[in-house]
Design a protein around this ligand. Structure first.
Ligand code: SAM
Length: 290
């Protein structure tokens, strides 16, 4: 038996509901079933899984997620799409459509109200580029009990999430994401599989939650403060950046001595530091400033 999927019917659905797409909301809908399959595969779902989907659009991904998971809660910001999604999925009792902004909705409540009978919780999303970082930061910093997050995003942002120290893409977002999760690139996605076609290529990234953060720090706030300061002026040495961003109350020579004592060459650039080195720096600074 073959039935046409939502992704194969994208143009018909948009025409039927007279939906003009909103560029401002990053509405580029995925029309390639193989890519949808790769995304869903990457999430490692089973019949006990609960999924939060962010930005379902007209439901191409939602449809597939609901076939593999126990329950899918789809959070969509565009009010016009809510009745469309509810009509398309009126017979699927395991899909809940919520009108809301992923930057504001209360994910803890969504989880406690919907996934009581689920064994694992996942976030799957095809996100507009401008909300990717804030949504990711929210999902991670709120320490939601997620097994993994699988997101399709602009290729450049994907490169930043999986970037290694010393590369041009490595920055504070890489450190934040890699502190909480193990990241891997699932697949690249060419722009021609979307309607309408975006100007950029995309990629799917999987973030698997670590049992414990990648490094041990007693003061997370300070850790991320040092990380942000280290990347603030990428062309400068670590010494100059940290001195001007964080430690301007000290003599520069003292900051240099401090870095040398913890085994980090003050002339290095912040972007070459591994998470473990940021952690050493944080712990040493805690002791030094007491
Ligand atoms: N999931 C569909 C797909 O893969 O074809 C649509 C993806 S489209 C790139 C992004 C979707 O996210 C749009 O439907 C848009 O309205 C929605 N969106 C944009 N910003 C959002 C936000 N802050 N919260 C929830 N949904 C949002």
């Amino acid at each position: 038996m073959s039935h046409r999927t939502i992704s194969q019917n994208t143009k018909q659905i948009l025409a039927k509901y007279k939906l003009g797409l909103k560029k401002s909301l990053g509405q580029n809908f995925l029309t390639d079933d193989r890519v949808l399959e790769r995304i869903v595969d990457a999430a490692d779902l089973d019949e006990h899984a609960g999924v939060i989907e962010i930005g379902p659009g007209i439901g191409a991904l939602t449809e597939r997620l609901s076939e593999r998971a126990k329950k899918v809660v789809a959070v969509e910001l565009d009010q016009r799409l809510i009745p469309v999604l509810r009509e398309i999925f009126e017979k699927q009792s395991n899909i809940e459509v919520i009108h809301g902004d992923a930057l504001k909705v209360d994910f803890h409540t969504i989880i406690s109200e919907n996934f009581g009978e689920c064994n694992s919780i996942h976030v799957v999303a095809n996100l507009p580029y401008y909300v990717t970082s804030p949504i990711l930061i929210r999902l991670l910093e709120e320490r939601l009990p997620l097994q993994n997050i699988v997101i399709m995003i602009q290729k450049e942002v994907a490169d930043r999430l999986v970037a290694k120290p010393g590369t041009k893409d490595y920055g504070s977002l890489s450190v934040l994401v890699q502190y909480y999760t193990e990241t891997s690139l699932v697949t690249k996605v060419p722009s021609h599989v979307f309607v309408p076609r975006p100007n950029v290529d995309s990629a799917v990234v999987k973030l698997s939650r670590r049992e414990a953060p990648a490094v041990n720090v007693s003061n997370e706030g300070l850790f991320f403060k040092i990380v942000r300061a280290s990347f603030a002026q990428r062309r400068k040495t670590l010494l100059n950046t940290l001195h001007s961003q964080l430690f301007s109350h000290l003599a520069k020579s003292d900051v240099a001595d401090f870095l040398t004592q913890v085994g980090i060459d003050p002339q290095r650039r912040g972007e070459t530091l591994h998470l473990a080195e940021f952690a050493v720096l944080t712990e040493a600074w805690e002791r030094f400033s007491q």
